[in-house]
Design a protein around this ligand. Structure first.
Ligand SMILES: Cc1ncc(C[n+]2csc(CCOP(=O)(O)OP(=O)(O)O)c2C)c(N)n1
Ligand SMILES: [Mg+2]
Length: 476
């Protein structure tokens, strides 16, 4: 299997980035010479990439266009000269390549074949089962479009979290902040399996699900920086983000579990074919209220999917030190359960589909344990290496990173090319940069609004102890 590292081909990245910059003052060199150089440089780079399938005998005129994740033709790849504003910058690179490459007639030059399969089937890890005869399938079909979408979504969550880390260290984000990097396959995989009309509730590690439920990076980062363009108007922060059919973002460990069962009760009561994914951590799994909720959900056959995101630690305590049984998928006792590889997006997707179908068929609740890992410490105040070693984190990153695994799958099965995924990376970085720009320049919510939005339907009112805000007028 070919291993693709996250930061592979920095030269290609630099090249593409430089293509986006204008150099209006540099005189334009001869166009015919530039095109020739450009082709050789492209060719050399394509040949150097270990995972690009290559086809002989393709000349410049027959190079197929690269499609972006949205299926649109990438303007940077167009053959017109307007797409090559960077050519003056490319000249030194191209001439180095020309000097080193043996002169070959264009017809014999190798170029990356940009033909992809439209779907591929993969063997996935079998889930361990509890009180179930049959579990999720052990094969999953992935279409090219789905694969590109999952890649982009996971990469967006990863980059957004890394940006949040940076803004926190710059003291632009303050207060609580729990990052989700490492766990991306869980939120993107579940979202891939359910309908927008289904429901999700989670704990405070909520940024990934907020994005998955349809909010933009801009709204999430602006919420983290406490600005009025944030998804809770800058008043909620990291732990209190909401979207349509997404109920947060809850700071009290385990408290969202009974709320999730309540949402599932509403689904059943209103007779809609909807389900509620109720997420909690391995730490929360030891709480009494979780077991009370299991009881009611099973008794009333609620369409509730209990999802325990087992990331191996509750704050600084490992699961072995905290739980008498770490078989979280069995801890609903009379509730059927599945243990799922939470680092593999296809496993998560298939398991979530299976669990949702179980609930929709009226069989009552089901429990899903997702075995995952968080790269960051518990929160921004935890460096995350006093109770676990750097090597442990490194090992998970290098062997089972969800984005890397998905990328390998896509490339090795010819669902996508390395270059194309790189383009998505660039798009994502830009989106996150723009969002950060917004999140640091948008004004804070006006002071006179601080008493609003405490209840959804009531006008602002004096809150005992905080009504001093009312008399201030905002100047921003
Ligand atoms: C009722 C309650 N007790 C304690 C805390 C402090 N606390 C915050 S997070 C946490 C650990 C939870 O770990 P886990 O459920 O595994 O979630 P993870 O952070 O790993 O996502 C604790 C004890 C709290 N917020 N609420
Ligand atoms: Mg945990």
């Amino acid at each position: 299997m070919t291993v693709i590292l996250d930061e592979e081909l920095p030269d290609q990245q630099e090249y593409t980035a430089s293509c986006q910059r204008e150099t209006p003052t540099t005189p334009k060199p001869r166009q015919d010479l530039l095109l020739a150089c450009q082709d050789r440089a492209h060719t050399a780079m394509a040949c150097a990439r270990p995972c690009s399938p290559v086809t002989p005998n393709e000349s410049r005129a027959t190079v197929p266009s690269v499609q972006s994740a949205t299926g649109q033709r990438s303007p940077r790849r167009r053959r017109s000269l307007s797409g090559y504003r960077c050519l003056p910058k490319m000249l030194p690179v191209a001439s180095r390549v020309l000097r080193s490459a043996s002169p070959k007639p264009p017809a014999r030059v190798l170029l990356a074949a940009r033909t992809f399969v439209s779907e591929a089937s993969f063997d996935i890890k079998k889930c361990a089962l509890h009180r179930l005869e049959e579990g999720p399938p052990v094969q999953a079909v992935l279409t090219r479009d789905e694969g590109l979408k999952y890649y982009k979504n996971m990469q967006t969550v990863r980059r957004m979290e890394l940006k949040a880390d940076q803004l926190y260290k710059q003291k632009i984000i303050r207060g609580f902040c729990h990052l989700y990097d490492g766990q991306e396959a869980c939120c993107v995989g579940i979202e891939a399996a359910i309908n927008p009309s289904d429901h999700v509730i989670t704990a405070y590690r909520a940024h990934g699900f907020t994005y998955g439920r349809g909010l933009s990076v801009r709204e999430i980062l602006a919420e983290l920086t406490g600005r009025k363009g944030g998804c809770a108007k800058g008043k909620g922060g990291s732990m209190h983000m909401y979207a349509k059919n997404f109920y947060g973002g809850n700071g009290i460990v385990g408290a969202q579990v009974p709320l999730g069962a309540g949402v599932a009760l509403a689904c059943k009561y209103s007779g809609k074919d909807e389900v509620c994914f109720t997420l909690y951590g391995d730490g929360a799994a030891n709480q009494g209220q979780v077991f009370e909720t299991y009881n009611m959900a099973a008794l009333w056959k609620l369409p509730c999917i209990f999802v325990c995101e087992n990331n191996r630690y509750g704050m600084g305590t490992s699961v072995e030190r905290a739980a008498a049984s770490t078989d979280y998928y069995k801890r609903g006792d009379y509730i059927p359960g599945i243990r799922v590889d939470g680092m593999d997006i296809l496993c998560v997707r298939e398991a979530a589909k299976f669990a949702a179908a179980h609930c929709r068929s009226g069989k009552g609740p089901i429990l899903m344990e997702l075995q995952t890992y968080r790269y960051h410490g518990h929160s921004m105040s935890d460096p995350g290496i006093s109770y676990r070693s750097r090597q442990e984190v490194q090992e998970v990153r290098s062997k089972s990173d969800p984005i890397m695994l998905h990328k390998e799958r896509m490339v090795n099965s010819k669902l996508a090319s390395v270059e194309e995924l790189k383009e998505i990376d660039i798009e994502v970085r830009k989106e996150v940069e723009d969002a950060a720009q917004f999140a640091t320049s948008d004004p804070e919510p006006p002071l006179e609004e601080l008493g609003c939005h405490i209840y959804s339907k009531h006008p602002p009112f004096d809150v005992r102890g905080v009504n001093q805000w009312i008399k201030y007028k905002s100047v921003s």
